[in-house]
Design a protein around this ligand. Structure first.
Ligand code: HEM
Length: 408
C-alpha cells in the first residue's frame, strides 16, 4: 500500500459477465464518501444484485451478503489475497506480508505475531493505552473544541504502536504525519513520497533492532524460527511496515466515525453517560456499524460462486460494511443499538486473514470512550467547521471539528 495505485481506467466488462449483473460502484471516489461514508456502501449499491460486477477501476465483482463474504474469506484456494487493492497496487517488487500471503505460507506470520496480540497480552496493555488516551483528551477538554482526528484519534494508535515496537515517543509526530499523508495526502505524489519515506524509516528501524533485540514485535519477527523458515530481513521490514499500515489508520478511522456518530446523536451519548458499563458493547456495535474495510480477493481458477461464473484473475471486493448490515443477520443493521445481542460482525474479516489486531483495536476504543466521557460534557459537530471524510479500502475521516461547553 506504499506505492501509487493505478489511475482510473475506462469501464471494463469482460465477456463472461452478463449485462444483468453490471452495476457501477465507486467505493473510493463517490462524493457521498466525503460526507456520509458509513451509509455510502448501502446507498450506492441499492438495487444492485447480491453479487454484481462494477466496471470501474479495471472491473471487479462486489459481494453484498454476509454469508458470501464469509465463504469467500474462508476459501483462499480459490480466492487469493494477492494482489491486494482495486485497482491492484502497482510498482511494488514484493508482496505485502502477511496480508498478501496465502496459506500455508501465511501460517508462520500468524504463529509469530498472533500470540503477542492475543487477549491476555492485550489486556495487560490497558494501562499503557490509558496513559496515552487520558492526557490527549485532558489536553483538549478545557478548550471546548477540537478537531478530534488531529487531537486524539490519529495520535493514540501511533503512540501505542511505538510502545509495541519499543520506539521513543518523540518519533510519534513525524510518523503520524507521514501516515496521514500516506492515506490522505492531497496528491498521488505526496502519498508516494510518504510511502517511500516510511519504507526507509522501517528499514532503518529493523536494521537497528537487529543489533539491539528486545521484547517487542519487531524482535519477535527477527528471532522467530517458525515452521516454514525464519524470516529474511526483507520479510521483517515488510511485516513491520504492514503492521503499522494495518493498525494505525484503521483505529483512527473507527474512532473518528464513532465520535462523528455520537456528536450527531446526543441521546446515544446520554446512554453512555448514564451507564458507562455499556461501553464495551457500544464499541462492538460501532465496529459493526462502521465496517470500514473493503477487502479484496483474486480468483486463482475459473469458479462458479453461488450461480455466478467468475474467471481466473477476476477481482472481488468485499465491503464489510454491507455484510454488517445484511438484514438476514443484523435486523435493523443501519441503526445503532448499543445493547445488540448478536454481534458476530465481520468488521475484522473472517478466515485465515482475520485481523490480528482486533483485541487491541477494541481495547483502544473502549479506553478512549471511557477517558473521553470522564472529561468531556455533551458534544456536537462544529456548525462552522465541517467534517470531512473519504472512501477507499478503509473509509474514514480526515477532520472532525467538535464543540462542547468549555471549562470555566
Ligand atoms: C478498528 C480497527 C481495525 C479494523 C477495522 C481492522 C480490520 C481488519 C480486517 C478486515 C482485516 C482482514 C483483511 C482481509 O481479510 O483481507 C485485517 C487484517 C489485519 N489486521 Fe486489522 N483491523 C484493525 C486494527 C488492527 C490493529 C490495531 C492491528 C495491529 C495491532 C491490526 C493488524 C492486522 C494485521 C497484521 C492483519 C493481516 C492479517 C493477515 O493477513 O493474516 N489491525 N484487519
Amino acid at each position: 500500500m506504499t506505492e501509487a495505485q493505478a489511475g482510473p481506467s475506462p469501464p471494463t466488462t469482460p465477456d463472461h459477465v452478463p449485462a444483468s449483473l453490471v452495476f457501477s460502484y465507486d467505493f473510493s471516489g463517490d462524493p457521498m464518501f466525503a460526507t456520509a461514508p458509513v451509509d455510502a456502501p448501502e446507498h450506492l449499491t441499492r438495487g444492485a444484485p447480491d453479487i454484481f460486477y462494477s466496471p470501474l477501476n479495471g472491473g471487479f465483482w462486489v459481494l453484498k451478503r454476509f454469508d458470501d463474504m464469509r465463504e469467500v474469506s474462508r476459501r483462499p484456494d480459490v480466492f487469493s489475497n494477492y494482489p491486494a487493492g482495486i485497482p491492484a497496487t502497482v510498482g511494488r517488487s514484493r508482496k505485502m506480508a502477511p496480508i498478501e500471503i496465502d496459506p500455508p505460507e501465511l501460517d508462520r506470520y500468524r504463529y509469530t505475531l498472533g500470540p503477542a496480540l492475543a487477549p491476555p497480552k492485550v489486556k495487560a496493555m490497558e494501562d499503557q493505552v490509558r496513559s496515552i488516551a487520558g492526557p490527549l483528551i485532558a489536553a483538549c477538554a478545557p478548550d471546548g473544541r477540537a478537531d478530534f482526528v488531529e487531537a486524539v484519534s490519529s495520535k493514540l494508535p501511533v503512540r501505542m504502536f511505538l510502545r509495541l515496537v519499543n520506539v521513543d515517543d518523540s518519533e510519534s509526530e513525524p510518523l503520524r504525519i507521514l501516515h496521514r499523508q500516506l492515506f490522505s495526502g492531497a496528491t498521488v505524489e505526496a502519498r508516494i513520497h510518504a510511502g517511500v519515506t516510511l519504507e526507509k524509516y522501517y528499514t532503518d528501524l529493523v536494521r537497528q533492532r537487529q543489533d539491539n533485540l528486545g521484547d517487542d514485535l519487531i524482535s519477535r519477527y527477527i528471532t522467530a524460527t517458525p515452521e516454514g523458515g525464519a524470516f529474511s530481513f526483507e520479510d521483517v521490514v515488510d511485516a513491520t511496515m504492514q503492521l503499522f499500515v494495518a493498525g494505525l489508520d484503521t483505529v483512527t478511522n473507527v474512532l473518528s466515525l464513532t465520535w462523528d456518530y455520537l456528536a450527531r446523536h446526543p441521546e446515544m451519548q446520554q446512554l453512555i453517560r448514564d451507564d458507562p458499563s455499556i461501553i464495551p458493547s457500544a464499541a462492538d456495535e460501532m465496529l459493526r456499524y462502521t465496517g470500514i474495510i473493503s477487502s479484496t480477493r483474486t480468483l486463482t481458477q475459473d469458479f462458479e460462486f453461488n450461480g455466478v461464473r467468475m474467471k481466473t484473475g477476476d477481482r472481488v471486493l468485499m465491503p464489510l460494511n454491507l455484510a454488517n448490515r445484511d438484514p438476514e443477520v443484523f435486523p435493523d443493521g443501519g441503526e445503532v443499538h448499543f445493547g445488540r445481542k448478536i454481534n458476530n460482525h465481520l468488521a475484522f474479516g473472517s478466515g485465515p486473514h482475520r485481523c490480528l489486531g482486533s483485541h487491541l483495536a477494541k481495547l483502544e476504543m473502549v479506553v478512549t470512550l471511557e477517558e473521553w466521557f470522564r472529561r468531556v460534557p455533551a458534544f456536537s459537530l462544529d456548525p462552522h467547521d465541517p467534517a470531512l471524510s473519504h472512501g477507499g479500502h478503509a473509509f474514514g475521516m480526515d477532520r472532525l471539528p467538535l464543540i462542547w461547553e468549555a471549562a470555566r
